[in-house]
Design a protein around this ligand. Structure first.
Ligand SMILES: Cc1cc2nc3c(=O)[nH]c(=O)nc-3n(C[C@H](O)[C@H](O)[C@H](O)COP(=O)(O)OP(=O)(O)OC[C@H]3O[C@@H](n4cnc5c(N)ncnc54)[C@H](O)[C@@H]3O)c2cc1C
Length: 458
């Protein structure tokens, strides 16, 4: 057997694993980058997640704008608007391939790539499928996650799509898509397909979509329900195929019914890619859901092994894993940084759009915080009226005696972009809501909505 190849650093995972790899390489360290999908370097974000889905949603948003043109006095023959589904997908696929190829060129210039599946065979020793072995002083596990498929009878036989399989490779636009799962992934795909003319049914076992602040998810569910059919709360008990259609038998409050379409999309959560890593060989513990257990410095239960990204199950967003990757690397070099998710924002790119950071009102209540809440509608500011006074609002939660920003939630146009001044304010050392209140905002912009909701808590 060939000798074990030794490095300063091994990063498992060519998605956010690249963050620790980058900082290690900048420090002049020898870096092995392990990934089992060399043609999809960049990981979920580049190939199966953020970037391709937002490419699809760009097309959906263009379509929604066209459909609303009349409101702004622009008359067009709506029946002449035609969707070239393959052209939409081709653009996304081409960009995805270009990005993955460019990441691969960078990886091969900067690190030593080890392509293939790896698992631990000993303390800090990994083995590839072909038997080659490597070890390192410090190891970073950023092996990501994959779709969690619920154990529903008949699902495998009926056939289904996920973000990993076929959805980006469909050669025909579905006529009727059944989406199982009303989280952000299900809703973003539902938005894309319905905007382009597919009939969409979303099934979820909760009475409301998404896991946002209650007022936000209530409005979202109400507005989204105007575009797609919602079966809430509903439990899919069995997948069925009938006369060339596939779908589910679902139990709802009104009894049992069968919902059939031409495609099923499963978006019921994510499970960590830890099952193939044989982590027991190296003393790294997993929690009861299979995610890697880390301390607040992102160190695992092994002193020289760190983990971050989807594999630790915190946040599970690209920006979160990039933040964690740098922090984990710095700690592995002797720093004593602790992760802080209190100002970790997120967005839902659907219609309406959502952007949020910090605690929900329910969190504040559960934590027993003494808080002030303010809410302002898009229609309350000049630019909100100009863009058509869409249903939507900004909601701010501020601690009563300290004026500390606890949480900020927006639902409506450009919410994902508009939350960032609040993220910065939450991160500013010693900052209170006053920082936003005393900042001059351009008139007329949607940012004035942010400023005005802050004024309401003064
Ligand atoms: C449909 C969808 C849309 C999303 N949209 C957004 C968004 O808009 N914004 C956002 O912030 N986040 C979004 N996310 C989440 C985001 O994509 C992930 O949080 C992020 O990409 C996770 O990065 P990671 O490095 O942890 O995992 P990954 O990027 O999945 O990287 C893990 C890599 O490790 C490899 N690997 C695993 N095990 C092994 C092994 N044993 N040996 C070798 N290689 C291995 C995997 O094949 C993979 O290449 C989305 C996710 C999905 C699914």
């Amino acid at each position: 057997m060939a000798a074990i190849q030794h490095y300063d650093v091994i990063c498992i995972g060519g998605g956010s694993g690249l963050t620790a790899a980058y900082y290690a390489q900048q420090d002049g360290k020898s870096v092995a980058l392990v990934d089992d999908r060399p043609d999809q370097l960049g990981g979920t974000c580049v190939n199966r997640g953020c970037i391709p889905t937002k490419g699809l949603i760009q097309a959906a948003d263009v379509m929604r704008t066209i459909r609303r043109a009349e409101e702004f006095g622009i008359h067009l023959d709506q029946s002449s608007v035609r969707v070239d589904f393959q052209a939409v997908l081709d653009t996304v696929r081409r960009r995805r391939e270009e990005s993955a190829a460019s990441v691969r060129r960078w990886v091969e210039g900067a690190f030593e790539p080890w392509y293939g599946r790896a698992h631990f065979v000993d303390d800090k020793v990994l083995e590839m499928e072909d038997g080659r072995q490597l070890s390192a002083e410090r190891i970073f596990i950023a092996a990501g996650a994959r779709p969690l498929i619920p154990p529903i009878d008949g699902l495998e036989e009926a056939g289904f799509l996920t973000n990993e399989s076929v959805i980006f490779d469909l050669d025909e636009q579905p006529e009727h898509l059944i989406v199982l799962g009303g989280g952000y992934i299900g809703c973003e795909f539902a938005h894309f397909f319905s905007a382009l003319g597919t009939r969409v049914t979303v099934i979820d076992n909760s009475p409301c979509l998404l896991g946002e602040d209650d007022e936000v998810r209530t409005l979202f569910t109400q507005e989204f329900g105007k575009q797609v059919e919602l079966l809430l709360p509903a439990q899919a008990s069995e997948a069925v195929v009938r006369e060339g259609q596939r779908g589910f038998i679902v139990s709802t409050e009104d009894g049992e019914r069968t919902v059939l379409g031409d495609q099923i999309l499963v978006a019921t959560g994510r499970r960590p890619n830890t099952d193939g890593l044989a982590l027991e060989k190296t003393g790294v513990e997993l929690n009861d859901r299979g995610f890697v257990v880390v301390d607040e410095g992102l160190r695992t239960t092994h002193p020289d092994i760190y983990a971050y990204g989807d594999v630790i199950g915190q946040g599970m967003f690209k920006h979160t894993s990039s933040y964690e990757g740098e922090l984990a690397y710095r700690n592995a070099q002797g720093a004593a940084l602790t992760v802080d998710y209190s100002a970790n924002p997120h967005a839902v790119f659907a219609d309406p759009q959502i952007g949020a950071v910090g605690l929900t009102e329910r969190d504040c209540r559960e934590k027993g915080l003494d808080y002030v809440v303010a809410r302002k509608d898009y229609a309350d500011v000049a630019k909100g009226k100009i863009v058509g006074a869409p249903p939507g609002f900004a909601k701010l939660l501020v601690e009563k005696n300290t004026d500390r920003i606890l949480g900020f939630h927006m639902i409506g146009p450009q919410a994902a972009d508009l939350i960032h001044e609040v993220v910065v304010a939450m991160n500013a050392s010693g900052a209170t809501a006053e920082l936003v209140r005393r900042s001059i905002h351009v008139h007329p912009t949607l940012s004035e909505l942010v400023r005005q909701v802050f004024d309401d808590t003064a």
